[in-house]
Design a protein around this ligand. Structure first.
Ligand SMILES: [Fe+2]
Length: 240
């Protein structure tokens, strides 16, 4: 099984095997790594050390323990593990940890230093097509985050069959992967993601994410890869 324990657009060294994630705590204690403050002042080093170094690590360690006892799940990719353990809406015990490992990896890679602003080219055109304007999309994403009840996630996803972008919310650990959507951007709305920096001011956290942290570079890369599976234009059928 391969997975990346990367954070903030691959600024942290990565692990090629999920069992290697135990080393995360060592990485965070290494004073030579300047990367823990990469998202300051919008996401503090303290938040990153707690969120990535403790919460994310506990999901990884919990999943490792569960997988050691389960030969049937051996050899799955992380994507497959999330889908298989969701078990069509009757989650197996491994689902929460598997999905939270996947969700957090995706979240770290949805941000970058100097993020915010707006996408360009194809992704911007698709957002304008599906949301009428980039500002409308932004308002919809922020509203979805602020009206989410309890812990969960907000996502920009590409719906495969509808061939359109949508903002969706998920509760607790659920990832839109389980509905076969293709995630483009995510925002962690668990309290541990914002409380140290913003207390209960979720509005500030969400606006800061949209204006200073979100990586449209990552989103455009994901969108380009998604188009290998979803044809957003007129299909060109080869002539036999
Ligand atoms: Fe989180």
């Amino acid at each position: 099984m391969g997975w990346s324990s990367s954070c903030c657009c691959n600024l942290f060294p990565t692990s090629s095997h999920i069992l290697g994630a135990r080393d995360l705590s060592k990485l965070l204690k290494n004073p030579k790594l300047p990367l823990r403050d990469a998202l300051e002042p919008y996401m503090s080093q303290r938040t990153l050390e707690m969120h990535w170094g403790e919460h994310h690590r506990l999901y990884v360690e919990g999943l490792n323990k569960q997988l050691e006892k389960n030969d049937i799940l051996y050899g799955h990719t992380m994507d497959e593990l999330v889908k298989v353990t969701y078990n069509n809406g009757n989650p197996l015990p491994e689902f929460n940890n598997a999905a939270q490992v996947w969700n957090h990896d995706f979240f770290w890679e949805s941000m970058q230093p100097g993020g915010g602003n707006m996408p360009i080219m194809g992704l911007l055109q698709q957002i304008e097509k599906d949301f009428a304007s980039f500002n409308n999309f932004k308002e919809k994403f922020i509203e979805a985050a602020l009206t989410l009840f309890g812990s969960g996630w907000v996502w920009l996803v590409l719906k495969r069959s509808e061939k359109r972008l949508e903002v969706v919310r998920t509760s607790n650990a659920v990832s839109p992967l389980v509905w076969d959507d293709i995630p483009i951007i995510s925002l962690d709305m668990w309290e541990h993601a914002y409380y140290l920096d913003y207390k209960n001011d979720k509005g500030r956290y969400v606006n800061v994410f949209m204006n200073h942290l979100v990586s449209w570079n990552a989103a455009m890369g994901r969108m380009a890869r998604a188009q290998a599976f979803v044809n957003l234009g007129e299909p060109k059928i080869p002539i036999a």
